[in-house]
Design a protein. Structure first.
Length: 200
């Protein structure tokens, strides 16, 4: 889908890539904020008497992140729940750039209304829940939503058909290494959680 939002494609639709991409960023951040705040609010319902606290909480976060990394690297053969739905690509030719940007971004920022391709999303939802706070969960979600827009930046220089072909080739070649990058981020986050437990 992201390969459809390029300077080349937007020019053909009489739109500006920067406008569509900017609204995509805003929509994704808003979607992330929404799901993060919702998970934090759900966590806040848990009675304080049974909430994990201090080192227990950070070690729990460590375990969740480490498990997600193991699943990402296929070291743990665990299937996670996911919808099979994608965003509607017909929107690309039906609506203005800002509508496409906000609409696609919000759906992908929500994380749970389209196909889930990485256990990192489940980890993010769990971490937001464990904050036991709508405000803290919102911050987790915003960070996720903004990070999810980063792949769109790879389309910035696609101004010709040749560059579009190279982009698709790059995406295909990077699919496997990308799992490693996601796993590395998860492991790094897990280590941070483990270190933090020593100060909790």
């Amino acid at each position: 889908m992201l390969a459809s939002i390029t300077p080349l494609g937007e020019r053909g639709r009489h739109r500006r890539w920067a406008v569509t991409a900017g609204w995509y960023l805003a929509g994704s951040a808003l979607g992330g904020a929404t799901i993060g705040a919702a998970m934090g609010a759900a966590g806040s319902i848990v009675p304080e008497s049974i909430r994990p606290a201090g080192a227990v909480l950070t070690w729990l976060a460590f375990a969740l992140l480490a498990l997600a990394a193991a699943i990402e690297l296929r070291l743990v053969p665990l299937g996670l729940p996911s919808l099979r739905r994608q965003v509607n690509e017909n929107w690309l030719n039906m609506y203005r750039g800002w509508v496409v940007g906000v609409g696609f971004g919000f759906q992908l920022g929500l994380a749970v209304v389209t196909i889930i391709t990485s256990p990192a999303i489940h980890a993010m939802l769990a971490i937001a829940f464990l904050t036991h706070s709508p405000a803290a969960g919102l911050l987790v979600g915003v960070a996720f939503g903004v990070a999810r827009t980063l792949p769109l930046l790879t389309t910035m220089r696609v101004t010709s058909p040749d560059r579009l072909v190279r982009l698709h080739t790059m995406f295909l070649a990077a699919s496997r290494p990308a799992n490693g990058v996601v796993a590395a981020v998860l492991v790094t986050s897990a280590v941070v959680a483990a270190v933090a437990s020593g100060f909790a």
